[in-house]
Design a protein around this ligand. Structure first.
Ligand SMILES: [Zn+2]
Length: 147
């Protein structure tokens, strides 16, 4: 087949695909489109769902059941910080000291075992360090200075 209405000329070496040959693959393309749509909407759902633990969302997506909150994703952290009312510094300080009287603790152990907001605990640790009430050990745990 040849077209030469202008000075440029196109020669098709193969016969053009007609409806019959295209129709054979349209349903596959449609299926793939639907799948892509679903995948994108699933990702959007995952990003915007801030009420269920991200880890649970992911694992549920892959068919896992009976999963616990991971405790470390953005949703879990947010929930943890919300749940804990901001306590006054003295209360947190005393809790940390009581804890360290039992044993040396890393800051992670402190935030995990004490029922205060993580940022409050970190601030309290900083102040306790500055006032040399606690010191940091070579294994990165905190201990009471006078012990
Ligand atoms: Zn989580």
């Amino acid at each position: 087949m040849q077209i030469s209405k202008t000075d440029a000329q196109v020669t098709f070496l193969e016969p053009r695909e007609d409806d019959k040959s295209i129709n054979r693959i349209t349903h596959i393309i449609n299926q793939q489109n639907e799948l892509k749509h679903k995948q994108v909407s699933d990702v959007l759902k995952y990003i915007s769902n801030n009420s269920v633990c991200k880890s649970i969302q992911l694992l549920t997506y892959f068919g896992e059941k009976n999963i616990k909150d991971c405790g470390i994703c953005s949703v879990c952290i947010e929930r943890k910080n919300k749940k804990k009312p901001t306590a006054d510094f003295k209360t947190i300080k005393n809790a940390i000291i009581t804890k360290l009287e039992e044993t040396d603790c890393s800051s992670r152990t402190l935030t995990e075992t004490l029922d205060f907001a993580e940022t409050d605990i970190h601030n309290a640790i900083k102040l306790l360090l500055e006032h040399q009430i606690i010191t940091i050990t070579h294994t990165n745990t905190y201990k009471l200075s006078h012990l």
